[in-house]
Design a protein around this ligand. Structure first.
Ligand SMILES: Nc1ncnc2c1ncn2[C@@H]1O[C@H](COP(=O)(O)OP(=O)(O)OP(=O)(O)O)[C@@H](O)[C@H]1O
Ligand SMILES: [Mg+2]
Length: 330
C-alpha cells in the first residue's frame, strides 16, 4: 500500500446553473492510491457531484483536479474510460442490453476485439462470483445483489486503476450487503484499486474503508482519517453526531481477539490463569479472529466475565472484559 495520491482536488467548486449556493464549495481532498476511501455525509451535501467531477461528467466551476498525476482538463475521453470505472447510484445497468452487453459496453467503446472481450467477461464473471448462466439475461431478470455485482463487473471491465462507487449497496438487504462487502474486500485484495465509495451507512464505511471522509453541506470536509481515528477522536460535533452512538462498540468491531492477546501461544498464557485449570464447559469460547465486539457479546451472553480463546480446538489463552476495555484506551 502506497500513500501517493491517485486523485487530488484542489479548491474545487461547483455551482449549478440557476443555483445561488455552490453544491461543492472549495473542496480540497487527497485520495491515496491503492486504498478504499469512503465519502459519507447527509443527503445533498455534494457527494455525487464530487464523483461526477472526478469522472468529468460535470465540469468544476473553479479549482483543479489531478488524476494519476495529470491535470484532469487535458484527459481524453478514452483515457477516462480506461482509468476510471464508475458504479452509479441505483446501479444504472442498461435495461435493454443483456448482462454480457452491459459488461462489454466500455470494452466495445475501447475497440477491443471480440475474442479479448469474451476472455475478459469470463475473468470478471469469475472474479465476482457471477453465475455464467446470468450473462444472457436482462438486468430486470436478476436479483438486486446480482445486479449490483454486474454493476461492479461493468465498472471493472477495462481494469481501471480507479473505481468510483456511488451508494452501490443501498438497494440490497443487510445480509446480502454484508456478503457483498466481504466480496469487495476480497476483490480489492486481489486487484488493488483506488476506490472511492459514497455511502450513507457509517458501518459500511467503517467496514470497507482505509480512510473515511465526513462531508457536510456544500462539500465541506469535517474530518478525514482512518475509521479508528474518527471513532476515537471525532473532530467536530457534526462528526460525533454522524458517527452515532455506540462509538466504543464500533471501535471494538475494528479489532480482533488476536490483536490484543499478547502472544497467542500456549506458553504466553499468564501463570495464574492456566487454561487447563479452568472449567472450559463453563466458559465462553472465541477464536483469534473473532472481532472484539463479538467477543464481548459472547462473554456477556454467556453470563461470564471472560472467554477461552481457541485455535484448532486447542485453548491458546483467554480474554476478559477488562482486556477488552483496555483495547479502547489510548
Ligand atoms: N444537475 C443539477 N442541477 C442543479 N442542482 C443540482 C444538480 N445536481 C445536483 N444538484 C444539487 O447539488 C447539491 C448536491 O447534490 P449531490 O447529488 O451531489 O448530493 P449527494 O451528497 O450525492 O446527495 P444524496 O446522498 O442524496 O445522493 C444538491 O443540493 C442538489 O440539489
Ligand atoms: Mg448522491
Amino acid at each position: 500500500m502506497t500513500s501517493a495520491a491517485a486523485i487530488s482536488l484542489d479548491e474545487v467548486s461547483k455551482v449549478f446553473p440557476g443555483s445561488v449556493s455552490p453544491a461543492v464549495n472549495r473542496l480540497t481532498l487527497t485520495i491515496p492510491q491503492g486504498q478504499i476511501l469512503a465519502l459519507v455525509g447527509p443527503s445533498g451535501c455534494g457527494k455525487t457531484t464530487t464523483l461526477r467531477m472526478i469522472n468529468r461528467l460535470e465540469e468544476p466551476t473553479a479549482g483543479q483536479i489531478t488524476v494519476l498525476g495529470h491535470d484532469h482538463r487535458s484527459a481524453k475521453p478514452h483515457e477516462l474510460r480506461r482509468n476510471i470505472g464508475y458504479v452509479i447510484q441505483q446501479i444504472g445497468l442498461f435495461p435493454h442490453h443483456s448482462v454480457r452487453r452491459n459488461m462489454s459496453a466500455v470494452l466495445e467503446l475501447l475497440k477491443w476485439s471480440p475474442d479479448r472481450i469474451e476472455q475478459r467477461i469470463n475473468e470478471l464473471t469469475d472474479l465476482l462470483g457471477l453465475d455464467p448462466a446470468l450473462l444472457d439475461r436482462y438486468p430486470s431478470e436478476l436479483s438486486g445483489g446480482q445486479q449490483q455485482r454486474v454493476g461492479v463487473a461493468r465498472a471493472l471491465a477495462a481494469d481501471p486503476p480507479i473505481l468510483l462507487m456511488d451508494e452501490p449497496y443501498s438497494a440490497v438487504d443487510p445480509v446480502i450487503r454484508k456478503h457483498l462487502h466481504s466480496e469487495l474486500l476480497q476483490v480489492q485484495a486481489r486487484v488493488t484499486k483506488t476506490i472511492v465509495i459514497v455511502t450513507h451507512d457509517i458501518d459500511e464505511a467503517i467496514t470497507l474503508a482505509d480512510q473515511v471522509v465526513v462531508m457536510a453541506e456544500g462539500g465541506t470536509i469535517e474530518q478525514q482519517g482512518t475509521p479508528e481515528e474518527l471513532l476515537a477522536h471525532p473532530a467536530t460535533e457534526f462528526v460525533r453526531e454522524f458517527l452515532g452512538r455506540e462509538r466504543g462498540l464500533r471501535r471494538l468491531g475494528l479489532r480482533t481477539v488476536g490483536q490484543i492477546l499478547r502472544s497467542p501461544s500456549r506458553s504466553s498464557v499468564p501463570a495464574d490463569l492456566e487454561p487447563e485449570d479452568l472449567a472450559p464447559e463453563d466458559l465462553a469460547r472465541v477464536t483469534a479472529d473473532t472481532p472484539l465486539r463479538e467477543a464481548l457479546d459472547t462473554i456477556l451472553t454467556s453470563g461470564q466475565t471472560r472467554a477461552v480463546v481457541c485455535a484448532d480446538g486447542q485453548k491458546i489463552g483467554f480474554i476478559t472484559i477488562e482486556h477488552i476495555a483496555e483495547a479502547l484506551r489510548p
